[in-house]
Design a protein around this ligand. Structure first.
Ligand code: MEV
Length: 347
């Protein structure tokens, strides 16, 4: 058994169905090709040491009998709570050193907490030679996220574990891979960090006051998600675009869009995108837009390779959308449908 194991998990982006997924509707989430790495080393002491510079924390130390409790720094909460649960189940084990490294900013809304929780859990189980299935990993990580955050559908945990593009129903009731191939989806960052639990609670409050209205909105979002699943499988970008616009409209009715998100969505559509929407809890973070199919730019949509000459107008479209987003926010160069959690070489 190795004394040191590194695992990694991808960040995520919601394509369709945010918020409604908290109320039993399906959503579609995709893993991005930017990852968060966690290294766990047995230290032979009764101590827990953590260095997580990307989560805003370095040189954090505790004896293992003091784990958990109130007022833990945000960056450490998920990891510490999960570790405490692990120690309860495996009291014979001793302390660990944990080091995290992220390829993405925790401001993007890519789910850095879930990716950290999943990568940490995978490395922790592996370093002690405890075998767990993906489903078991999901249960442990999702329970941890709920304990720390109080709310959440768990789709971000599922994306971090399984990767790819998932049709998901909470709490892990349905986790189904959607085969999409590469799609001309552009991701933009508003520059503003959103606070997911606050926005989820805000929608809950809205629902408490207007249960009928919100039930109607969630039902409509559920229908959009099912249509989007089919559109993704058929690579029908025109339909995907109009479904994004419809979903965005409903999210705006929930009150979770923002001036910055609207600005980026409108800029993308003006530059030729077929549709755009916020991605995630809203209030900031990221938006997504779908452009025309672009051939010869690393995209092989519909499995058809065509020359740049034949599709001159389509070829430039995705670039125009990226530029428009970059002028008002930040275009993020990420690939979707990335690999789920894995142990890294040498572990
Ligand atoms: C946040 O990225 C998405 C929400 O649906 C919350 C959740 O599903 O946990 C708003």
């Amino acid at each position: 058994m190795a004394d040191k194991v590194t695992a990694s998990a991808p960040g995520k982006l919601v394509l369709f169905g945010e918020h409604a997924v908290v109320y039993g509707k399906p959503c579609i989430v995709t893993a991005v090709d930017q990852r968060l790495y966690v290294t766990v080393t047995k230290n032979g002491e009764n101590a827990f040491h953590l260095s997580a510079p990307d989560l805003g924390l370095t040189a954090y130390s505790k004896t293992i009998d003091k784990l958990g409790g109130e007022g833990l720094p945000t960056g450490v909460r998920f990891i510490e709570v999960l570790y405490k649960r692990f120690l309860n189940d495996h009291p014979q084990t001793r302390g660990i050193d944990v080091v995290t490294r992220s390829e993405f900013s925790s401001s993007f809304g890519f789910g850095s907490s879930s990716a950290a929780t999943v990568a940490f859990a995978m490395a922790l189980f592996a370093v002690y030679g405890v075998e767990v299935s993906k489903q078991e990993l999901f249960e442990i990580c999702y329970q941890t996220v709920l304990e720390v955050q109080g709310v959440g559908s768990g789709f971000d945990v599922a994306a971090a574990i399984w990767g790819g593009t998932l049709y998901y129903v909470s709490p892990g009731k349905v986790v189904e891979q959607i085969k999409t191939g590469e799609l001309p989806i552009v991701v933009g960052y508003t520059g503003i960090k959103a606070d997911t639990p606050t926005l989820v609670r805000q929608v809950a409050e809205f629902r408490r006051k207007n249960p009928k209205t919100l039930e109607g909105v969630f039902n409509q979002i559920g229908v959009i998600v099912d249509k989007a699943k089919k559109a993704l499988e058929e690579k029908n970008v025109t339909l995907l675009g109009s479904l994004m616009n419809e979903n965005q409209q409903l999210l705006a009715e929930l009150g979770v869009s923002s001036v910055e998100l609207d600005t980026l969505n409108q800029a993308a559509v003006k530059a030729g995108a077929l549709g755009a929407k916020l991605s995630g809890a809203g209030g900031g973070d990221c938006m997504i837009a779908v452009s025309q199919q672009s051939y010869g730019m690393g995209y092989s949509v519909l499995g058809i390779e065509r020359s740049q000459k034949q599709n001159k107008n389509k070829y430039i479209n995705i670039d125009k959308v990226r530029t428009a987003i970059n002028q008002r926010g930040q275009w993020l160069d990420v690939k979707l449908g990335a690999e789920g959690a894995r142990l890294e070489a040498g572990s």
